[in-house]
Design a protein around this ligand. Structure first.
Ligand code: FES
Length: 106
């Protein structure tokens, strides 16, 4: 289990529990977190699960794989810490992770 905090584009934070092995996107959808659409269901084929990883967490979360990087080209207002949340697997080291959601997806 890991606590994940999602901060929406208006600044409202929501902290939810995520299971190890689940993705950050799945955790968001399961908990009704707004601003994550995940149209492709986690296949790395839509870029509507885009999040900004808080800078303090960027190293622990790691960099996107090439396929994710290509898909990020289709995301809204990409920043250096942008990731597709369906490609971030929850593990104990990510307990306390904070990500922000963009005001728009796709
Ligand atoms: Fe489609 Fe993440 S859910 S790319």
């Amino acid at each position: 289990m890991a606590q994940i905090t999602f901060i929406d584009s208006a600044g409202q934070a929501r902290t939810v529990q995520g299971d190890n092995g689940a993705t950050v996107m799945e955790t968001a959808i399961r908990n009704g977190v707004p601003e994550i659409e995940a149209e492709c269901g986690g296949a790395c084929a839509c870029a509507t699960c885009h999040v900004y990883v808080e800078p303090d967490w960027a190293d622990k979360v790691g960099k996107p794989q090439p396929m994710e990087e290509d898909m990020l080209d289709f995301a809204w207002e990409v920043k250096p810490t942008s990731r597709l949340s369906c490609q971030i697997k929850i593990k104990p080291e990510l307990d306390g992770l904070v990500v922000r959601t963009p005001s728009q997806q796709g």
